[in-house]
Design a protein around this ligand. Structure first.
Ligand code: NAP
Length: 322
């Protein structure tokens, strides 16, 4: 797809943090849209977005942003998606596609749908790509390259509108998959939400240890702890909202996790080396499987080539899946 054939005329980005600003940068780099209008909650962020020059227009309100836009992407924490939908609903252009990037889909659909007009298309989405950084400075155009973007169109969604949004994400470098919101929330509970909860827990536990000084925690952090600290640095607002919004699926996975960790505890207590070895061998194979399907690599991300864009990705840090 060349820059002379934008998929959308005017994209409105509500929220310009890591994800919104990465969409703005990628959409412009790829010529996916004719113009980009952006807004954020605070004057500081709006000012910064204007300084960065990543949007053609920065406006003050969510309602003003969506005027005349044929694609609206809501890029705010999932807990405020409903309130944003209520603000923008009456101002949407007829036939506009409204989407989001929230890490939970069931709650977003529940909260946003009632406020969106029937003459448009609501197609929720979740780009499974991110880092532990927040704000408009943290985004970069290559964030979505070779990452998955999951669409969860409601039953009866317009197939053409779904395909157009899928084409948009593919142009930004993502691979697109489609599933129900319930299935999405169950899958992401185990692949993303539970790992974040474990990271938040373990870093908190280490921090509370009286006999291990903070300098020792930092000094010996290469022993596995360092990766947890990176994940546990993720945005508190975003992740608070994720756990509140995906409560049922996370509790289900947490229950299973607790059973499994009890079994491992028992193996250690009983000196059952065979059970430990078998478990660790099984999980090692899973890691190899992830590398084999190209969702991670033993080498840093910035050496990767995207088959469609055919250009190296000069990225300062590796993308962490959300
Ligand atoms: P972020 O960097 O913290 O940015 C959030 C943006 O939303 C900020 O620009 C904020 O404005 C704006 N905002 C908050 N409330 C608003 C409101 N009521 N009206 C308008 N703008 C509002 O967050 P992010 O990491 O981009 O995450 C955004 C969404 O993407 C979340 O739903 C998250 O679940 C999802 N997601 C995140 C990741 C990840 O790894 N971070 C990956 C995939 C999906 P101010 O700066 O003015 O407060």
């Amino acid at each position: 797809m060349s820059k002379s054939a934008p998929l959308f005329n005017r994209i409105a980005l509500i929220g310009v943090g890591l994800i919104g600003s990465s969409i703005a940068r990628a959409a412009r780099t790829q010529g996916a849209v004719r113009s980009i209008v952006a807004t954020a909650r605070s004057p500081q962020t709006r000012k910064r977005v204007a300084e960065l020059g990543i949007a053609d227009q920065v406006v003050e309100t969510n309602a003003a942003a969506v005027e005349g836009a044929d694609l609206v992407i809501v890029c705010v924490p999932v807990g405020v998606c409903g309130a944003v939908a209520k603000e923008i609903g009456p101002h949407l252009a007829a036939g506009a596609t409204v989407s989001d990037v929230g890490s939970v889909k069931g709650s977003v659909i529940r909260d946003m749908s009632p406020h969106l007009p029937k003459n448009g298309h609501f197609i929720p989405a979740h780009p499974v790509a991110g880092t532990e950084y927040s704000g408009p400075d943290s985004g970069f155009a290559e964030l979505f390259v070779n990452r998955w973007c999951i669409l969860t169109p409601p039953a009866g969604a317009d197939a053409k509108a779904v395909e157009k949004l899928a084409a948009f994400w593919r142009l930004l470098g993502a691979n697109v998959d489609t599933m129900t919101a319930d299935h999405h929330d169950m899958v992401l509970a185990i692949t993303s939400h539970l790992p974040h909860l474990i990271a938040y827990t373990i870093v908190g536990t280490a921090d509370e240890l009286q006999t291990v000084t903070q300098s020792e925690v930092l000094k010996f952090s290469a022993g596995g702890f360092r990766d947890f600290t990176r994940i546990a640095a993720s945005d508190p607002t975003m992740w608070r909202d994720v756990f509140l919004a995906n409560k049922d699926a996370v509790l289900e996975m947490l229950g299973r996790f607790n059973e499994d960790i009890s079994a491992l505890t028992k193996s250690i207590r009983n000196g059952d080396g065979k059970a430990l070895f078998e478990q660790f061998t099984r999980t090692r194979a899973i890691r190899k499987g992830i590398i084999d399907i190209g969702q991670d690599s033993p080498a840093p991300d910035f050496g990767r080539q995207h088959p469609d864009l055919n250009q190296p990705l000069p990225k300062p840090y590796a993308a962490e899946e959300d």
